[in-house]
Design a protein around this ligand. Structure first.
Ligand code: TXA
Ligand code: MG
Length: 324
């Protein structure tokens, strides 16, 4: 059954895009779909507007935001330099789910970057890019969830967390996990994301990983020290199938999140199949963490840290109450 559309949720069309752009220019917040997850946007050059993002999300002020641009001219309004290595990555991956850390221009309010001299920038695809272009200003946008909740991959998820914010509904997002965050010099992945480390590594010689848990670089990527992706109830992440099987037997009322082919291992239990390929699993992961289905606790099984599987594991580890 299709969920009833809420008053603040508007299907994407010429009129709603125009209204969303006008709201952004007026200093209001707008939630919009990107190819990764939904973002909660504000004019990145307007400190008052950006302050509304932090207030609405309950986001700690030391966690900087990503600035979204629609073209190179707009990029030049927020960054002071684009090194050759960054240009090469932009040519390859923009528009798309790659965020680059570059040195910021003074026109970017320090609230956006949490006082850092660098700014995170990306050029999103599709509706998000159209919206930024229509607004005519760079748009600061974190994921459109209350701080600590799973990132939203549908307009309904956004409306759950923000019943009063204007939401553009573009359906469920393509990737389902956030952009990959990369710092240059030396090239380092600060947060695993929709472009896998394996894939990026083929393009970027000497690419490093900041830390196994994703975006954890003390003092450099401040966002990562906070609890993330808290699911609707406790989540235990099992690294081995055998330990999941024996725990599940003793806890018949738990809900099991697992790759679809494995759900047949639990014929008598509630399962929430996540899909078969790592891409499918990434796509459905955050919706599963927000599930309203019955189950005393959520039990998830690790998947191989290959390709986008590494990103899935990063999110599961950060969402988990306990790893077994
Ligand atoms: O796919 C995405 O990236 C989505 C969509 C809306 O674009 N946005 C998103 O934003 O995931 P958010 O705020 O949830 O995550 C931004 C991450 C945080 O981990 C933050 O600490 C890091 O980027 N970040 C932002 N500015 C930074 C900077 N100057 N240096 C290092 N890390 C930064
Ligand atoms: Mg987020």
């Amino acid at each position: 059954m299709a969920a009833r559309r809420r008053k603040n949720v508007h299907p994407v069309d010429t009129r709603s895009l125009r209204e969303a752009a006008a709201r952004l220019r007026r200093g209001e917040l707008v939630a919009f779909p990107t190819e990764t997850v939904y973002g909660l946007g504000a004019n990145a050059l307007d400190a008052h507007a950006v302050a509304k993002i932090f207030a609405a999300k309950g986001r700690p002020p030391d966690n900087p935001l990503i600035v979204h641009v629609s073209d190179e001219k707009m990029l030049r309004r927020v960054v002071s330099q684009v090194p050759a290595a960054a240009k090469a990555l932009m040519r390859k991956f923009w528009p798309g789910p790659l965020t680059l850390i570059l040195s910021k221009k003074s026109s970017v309010p320090s609230l956006v970057t949490a006082g850092l001299p660098s700014v995170a920038v990306r050029m999103p695809e599709g509706v998000a890019r159209d919206l930024v272009a229509a607004a005519g200003v760079p748009i600061a946008a974190p994921s459109a969830n209350l701080s600590g909740r799973p990132s939203p991959t549908t307009a309904r998820h956004v409306a759950e967390d923000f019943p009063d914010v204007f939401v553009l509904d573009g359906g469920s997002t393509k990737h389902g996990v956030e952009s990959t965050v990369v710092a240059l010099d030396p090239p380092t992945i600060l947060r695993q994301g929709a472009i896998s480390e394996d894939f990026l590594g083929k393009m970027v010689p000497g690419l490093r990983r900041a830390a196994s848990s994703g975006c954890v670089v003390p003092g450099i990527s401040p966002g990562t020290k906070y609890k993330h992706y808290a699911p609707s109830r406790p989540l235990i992440l099992f690294l081995r199938k055998s330990s999941l099987l024996s725990y599940a037997q003793k806890h018949p009322r738990a809900l099991i999140l697992c790759p679809t082919p494995l759900s047949s291992l639990f014929p008598k239990q509630r399962t929430l199949p996540l899909g078969t390929s790592p891409e499918e699993i990434a796509h459905g992961l955050f919706a599963a963490l927000r599930t309203r289905r019955k189950g005393t606790e959520l039990l998830a099984l690790a998947i191989p840290r290959r390709g986008i599987g590494r990103t899935v594991m990063d999110r599961l580890e950060r969402a988990a109450t306990r790893i077994a």
